[in-house]
Ligand binder design. Structure first.
Ligand SMILES: CC(C)(COP(=O)(O)OP(=O)(O)OC[C@H]1O[C@@H](n2cnc3c(N)ncnc32)[C@H](O)[C@@H]1OP(=O)(O)O)[C@@H](O)C(=O)NCCC(=O)NCCSC(=O)C(=O)O
Length: 407
């Protein structure tokens, strides 16, 4: 790892699995930390959809870039001894099991601080470490359902709608990364480690907040959007278009060719048309007129013309369309990274702050499960004979080695 990255001196023992915990520790690795991912003998439970055991998928690539991986059976006495050695030299410990699991493995906060009193320790769970649902297993869609997000996302559709973009996991990961960063800063200031109880529930609560406030401050209804605000078909696709006020509406009309039907008295003033979706009456009529006019041109043309008049709009892309947008390509938003176990480059967006991720560098590679088992054991004082014996006994396992070692 380059020494000028801010977390270069940190060693992180990462027992987290799935997405939320791993993405947070991946970010620590991108900022320079040495992150040792400790996986069960068969690998992280999210590796299962990979084509080879212990292999990579899109999710494991984004979650584990820059980490080292060691597979250890922590239910065996010798496996637990390996983790004790790792923990003793670490600055950060992260786990994301169901509450109670890590204690049964012998690595609760109390257990770990007995070995390393100043460690920063984070638990990531679905529903938090206490309360009636603490024990429940959970992942993103469970919290989308429980928190109201599914209902809010589906408000104008046929019913509750699940976003497949895992917003709860991503938010929980960012919260975990920021809480760990703050705790590490705090440790510099007052010299003490800390325990962090992070959960998907809290991430979902923040994602819910806008809708929650809208409902509570508008007697249970969502606040009305301006009439034109929304998606429209074009000759070859779909566009999102917004006219937030009378001035912007005048500019939209100009782009639409000042069609005189748009000037009818019943459509004035524009602000008075605001109605909760679905639109009815004059609001619905005006939207239908705009929809008819937009069908006459291509998405790219409309986007150019509206933007020339400072009107907010965008083509409605899918994620691949976004990746291939000339603007996105020109900014170099995505790196295309070669990964073990995947037969084509995987696009990964850069993060704000750390050095760019260079393909083939240590920080770019997501190891297969246990790729670094033998190396890590050697670094922590196990002799080659002991490593062979631990492998033979199934206390540790190792899949194919990682392909890159240089930064
Ligand atoms: C992700 C889970 C649903 C997976 O549930 P489970 O399959 O039941 O796994 P658990 O992690 O709880 O642990 C199961 C058992 O594995 C054992 N275990 C775990 N690691 C080891 C190792 N290294 N060696 C030996 N045994 C091990 C552990 O002790 C438990 O045993 P016993 O004690 O004997 O049972 C849960 O861990 C969970 O709710 N985590 C908190 C929230 C979270 O992070 N969810 C994923 C978000 S991201 C995501 O993936 C998404 O949203 O999509």
């Amino acid at each position: 790892m380059p020494q000028d990255l801010p977390f270069a001196e940190l060693v992180v023992v990462d027992l987290s699995q799935g997405i939320a915990g791993p993405l947070a520790t991946m970010m620590l690795a991108q900022y320079g930390a040495t992150v040792i991912k400790v996986e069960p003998p068969g690998g992280d439970w999210l590796r299962a959809p990979a084509q080879v055991p212990g292999g990579n998928t899109g999710v494991t690539v984004s979650g584990n870039m820059g980490k080292r991986s060691i597979c250890v059976d922590l239910k065996s006495a010798r496996g637990a001894e390996i983790l004790r050695r790792l923990v003793t030299g670490a600055s950060v410990f992260v786990e994301s099991f169901r509450p109670g699991v890590v204690g049964r493995l012998g690595f609760s906060y109390d257990d770990v601080t007995a070995l390393n009193p100043e460690i920063v320790y984070a638990s990531v769970s679905g529903f938090g470490q206490s309360g009636p649902h603490a024990h429940r297993p959970a992942m993103d869609p469970v919290l989308q359902a429980y928190s109201g997000l599914m209902t809010e996302h589906g408000t104008f559709l046929d019913g509750p709608h699940r976003l497949i973009t895992i917003p709860v996991d991503l938010t929980a990961a960012l919260f975990t990364f920021s809480a760990l960063s703050a705790a590490l800063y705090g440790k510099r200031v007052h010299g003490k480690g800390t325990y962090l109880d992070l959960h998907l529930l809290q991430a979902a609560a923040w994602l819910d907040l806008h809708a929650l406030h809208e409902r509570l401050l508008h007697d249970g209804r969502l606040a009305p959007q301006p009439t034109i605000y929304g998606n429209y078909r074009t000759a070859d696709g779909e566009i999102f278009l917004a006219a937030m006020n009378e001035t912007e509406w005048a500019r939209v009309r100009a782009v639409l060719g000042d069609d005189e039907r748009l000037l009818a008295d019943r459509f004035r003033p524009y602000g008075a048309l605001r109605a909760p979706e679905p639109h009815t009456g004059a609001s619905a009529e005006l939207r239908a007129l705009v929809a008819e006019l937009l069908l006459a041109g291509s998405t790219a043309d409309w986007v150019e013309r509206f933007n020339a008049h400072r009107i907010m709009c965008a083509p409605v892309n899918d994620s691949v369309g976004f990746l291939r947008e000339p603007h996105v390509e020109q900014l170099g938003l995505f790196e295309h990274l070669t990964q073990p176990g995947i037969d084509r480059p995987v696009p990964i967006p850069g993060l704000p702050g750390p050095l760019p991720i260079r393909d083939g560098s240590r920080r770019s590679v997501s190891p297969l499960a246990g790729a670094d088992t033998a190396d890590v054991l050697a670094e922590y004082g196990f002799s080659p004979a002991e490593v062979d014996e631990l492998l033979a006994a199934g206390v540790v396992t190792s899949f194919a080695p990682a392909t890159a070692t240089a930064e």
